[in-house]
Every structure is written in C-alpha cells, then in structure tokens.
Design a protein. Structure first.
Length: 164
C-alpha cells in the first residue's frame, strides 16, 4: 500500500463512492459536509480544512484508490489529528484500514514534534473502533450524546496512538 496527497482531479470519484449512504456519511464526517458528496462542495470543504493545517491523502493498493484520510498536525500540543478516515466498503475486512492507519501514523511521526496521533470515532461504529485498535490506538475519552443522527444520539470516542 502507498499513501499520497489527495489529487482532486483523479481521486474524487473513488472517495465519493466510498460514502455510499447517509449513515456512512454521518459516521464519516458527522455532517461537516453535504451528502451526497459533490465535487466543488467537497473540494471547498477540503480547502477550508487546509487553513487549519489539514492535508488530505489517499491510499492505493495495486494502483487502485482504496482509502482516504486527512491529517492535521498540531506542534503546540505535539499531537496530530487524523480525520475523515474511510476505506472502500467493498474492501473492508481485509486489513487495508489497519495498513492505511499505520502509514498515516508513520506520516505524522515524520514530524519530530508530533508524539501522538488522535482521532474521533462514534461508539456505534464498532468495526472502525476494532480497526483503530488493531492499528495501535487506545480509547482516551468518551463524550456521551455528542451527535444526533435521525432519532438517535451517538457517543464520540477519542482514541490515541503514541509514538513508539
């Protein structure tokens, strides 16, 4: 697997295809961008994230785009925030998420001032939480009822992986 910067010209269709329904969209971005993903709106969203130091990346396996994530280092806190993590749904359960997360952490830890990578995941997303644990993340805190989806309230879990 390789990780490279997101290319708006070649990667959008694949990434938009990973977000296949409203629930997946809510789990992925907590409503921070509109569903379904539209090219200009999504790229505007990514540009706004760049103003906070966030960079978008894609993961490829055998030349096929299989995943997406954003990474935002914060040298003041010594932590990077991993955001908007998604793997092609047709390929889930094959270890690609774990590989991508490991590569994302390697990328974050290239910065000597970054000592941890954190992320947020909804507690109802048990498959993602298992994947994060396999990639070395541990639960740090839970915010109850952090997000409303339809008639339900989802807890948000903060997970962290420290530099080895």
């Amino acid at each position: 697997m390789t990780v490279r910067p997101y290319d708006p010209e070649t990667d959008f269709e694949a990434v938009a295809g990973f977000i296949s329904d409203r629930r997946t969209h809510a789990l992925w971005c907590a409503g921070r961008t509109a569903y379904p993903l539209e090219r200009e709106t999504f790229h505007g969203f990514l540009r706004s994230e760049e103003s906070f130091g966030t960079r978008a990346y894609t993961a490829a396996e055998d030349g096929r785009t299989v995943g997406f994530f954003c990474l935002a280092p914060n040298r003041e806190t010594g932590e990077a925030m991993l955001k908007f993590v998604v793997i092609d749904g047709s390929l889930r359960g094959r270890g690609l998420g774990t590989k991508m997360l490991s590569l994302a952490c390697d990328l974050a830890f290239e910065d000597a001032e970054i000592n941890a990578v954190q992320l947020m995941v909804f507690s109802v997303n048990e498959a993602a939480r298992r994947c994060y644990r396999k990639a070395g993340f541990t639960e740090r805190s839970v915010t109850e009822n952090a997000f409303a989806y339809e008639s339900k309230k989802w807890d948000r879990c903060n997970m962290v992986r420290y530099r080895d």
